[in-house]
Design a protein around this ligand. Structure first.
Ligand code: FAD
Length: 454
């Protein structure tokens, strides 16, 4: 039988959303959050300034009735705008259907809307400035340090859910208690945000409704639009090596690098060298765990369970989908340990699949999009999507614009990729595709997974 009170560690994007879902199911929820309240204190919302929100995240927000509050703050991105070294632009649409779009949203605003909505639930309370330092699962106690008084105290819990992000203390405690094993794969590339102020990008002809990419093979600059007509640029670059964060220390080296690689971005970023030096360099990585729960006592979800690299824009979307999947399992299971087990066994293959696809998408964004073959393959994908409707959906679309389980998207994507390579061999234009061969390949290879994409 379920206990009535659930404690969450972390009032970030996933913690707030989960508290709303749980409260609607009749649970009383306490959240302990290490940062001050971002609605009354001027603090960074952490990680990136803006985010891509897509179908999975939207679905979860709709389930709790919050999408209407957020929709007006979204900027539609139906395609990517590629910037080459000479400043030439090439626009690529993401898909062929009107719904094949994702949206740029401010992380801070989204978190604030979620905090308001969580607190407006009668049975949710949020304590700020409370940093969880560790958990004793046997004693069902966790330890919190108040960040204003520095006092540490023990708090009893009945059921604990760690929504405390990539550096999760709850996950660390599970590892320490030998309940789970985790692998942290650190990416050799990091990131730095560089702002393009209000109206400057637009004045220089930047398309507002697009995700901008300056793909340069081994690294890239991207920019997402904000509602105030500014853009947030993010440079992804190796930490070490010849063109790296380590090599770009002095003003001249930064300017030389931008002149050589991103000349059209220089007028967009005032005080480039100052911003470059002052803004922190973030690190990126993938966390894969053997399990996500400790008996029927504690669970981790969102980034705490499966942080991924940001190149598919899915970390938050996946975390929001976690909440929806977990809540639906409350209908099926009466025993909490069984429920946690079912959640982990259903969701881990999906988390691993999106972790892999996010890593692969870095190569697509920074390199493959520059290759004419990539555009031919896209056109063949769309031809097949039109021809076979629900049976052939491009992998990018399955991930971004559908709620097809990530593991299924990955598996079907691999088969589809083989079909595309075969059809694209020795042709240069989509009109040359042999549709009889295409019919046969789709029939033979995709039928293995059933006739319709689930
Ligand atoms: C550069 C970058 C770009 C990204 N872009 C996208 C994107 O476009 N689309 C997308 O879907 N995802 C994106 N992501 C991923 C996304 O940021 C995460 O997946 C998402 O923030 C996860 O939400 P969360 O609530 O699990 O963790 P978080 O957002 O990290 O929230 C964790 C919360 O827990 C609190 N906390 C942490 N430790 C403790 C503790 N010990 N005690 C108490 N509280 C604690 C934190 O203060 C925070 O409030 C991006 C990530 C990065 C780094």
């Amino acid at each position: 039988m379920f206990r009535n009170e659930i404690t969450l560690i972390g009032a970030g994007l996933v913690g707030c959303l989960l508290s709303i879902y749980l409260s609607r199911r009749g649970f009383s929820v306490r959240i302990f959050e290490s940062r001050p309240d971002m609605r009354t204190h001027s603090i960074s919302a952490g990680r990136s300034i803006n985010l891509s929100l897509s179908e999975r995240g939207i679905h979860a927000l709709k389930e709790v009735g919050l999408y209407g509050n957020i929709e007006k703050h979204l900027i539609e991105m139906p395609g990517r705008m590629l910037h080459d070294k000479s400043g030439e632009l090439q626009y690529q649409t993401y898909g062929i259907n009107p719904g094949d779009v994702h949206y740029s949203v401010s992380r801070g605003l989204l978190n604030k809307i979620l905090l308001d909505a969580a607190e407006s639930e009668k049975s949710v309370s949020i304590r700020f400035n409370e940093y969880c330092t560790g958990v004793n699962f046997d004693a069902k106690k966790f330890f919190v340090r108040n960040t204003t008084t520095s006092k540490i105290r023990a708090v009893d819990f009945d059921l604990l859910i760690g929504t405390d992000g990539a550096g999760s203390s709850v996950r660390q405690s599970m590892i320490k208690a030998q309940a789970i094993r985790c692998k942290h794969e650190v990416l050799a590339h990091g990131y730095k945000e560089l702002s393009i102020p209000e109206d400057l990008g637009i004045a220089h002809g930047m398309e507002k409704n697009a995700l901008h990419i300056w793909p340069r093979g081994g690294f890239m600059l991207i920019a997402l639009p904000n509602t105030d007509n500014s853009f947030t640029g993010t440079l992804f670059l190796p930490h070490k090596g010849s063109s790296s964060f380590e090599s770009l220390k002095g003003d001249q080296s930064i300017l030389d690098f931008f002149h050589a690689q991103f000349p059209d971005a220089i007028p967009l970023i005032p005080n480039l060298t100052l911003n470059f030096k002052n803004n922190p360099t973030g690190s990126l990585g993938t966390i894969r765990c053997s399990d996500w729960h400790v008996r029927g006592k504690a669970l981790v979800i969102g980034d705490a369970a499966h942080a991924i690299v940001p190149f598919h824009g899915q970390g938050m979307n996946c975390g929001f989908e976690d909440c929806s999947v977990l809540i639906n399992l409350f209908d099926k299971y009466k025993d909490i340990e069984e429920l946690f087990k079912a959640f982990a066994s259903q969701r881990k293959p999906d988390a691993n699949a999106i972790a892999d696809m996010a890593l692969e998408n870095y190569i697509e964004m920074r390199d493959a999009v520059r290759n004419p073959k990539f555009h031919l393959l896209k056109q063949i994908e769309w031809l097949l999507e039109k021809r076979y409707s629900k049976r052939f959906i491009p992998r990018y679309s399955m991930v971004m614009f559908h709620r097809i389980p990530y593991a299924v998207a990955k598996e079907r994507g691999e088969i589809q990729s083989a079909i595309l390579s075969e059809l694209a061999e020795s042709i240069e234009r989509v009109e040359e595709v042999n549709v009889d061969v295409a019919d046969q390949l789709v029939e033979e290879k995709l039928a293995l997974l059933g006739n319709e994409v689930p």
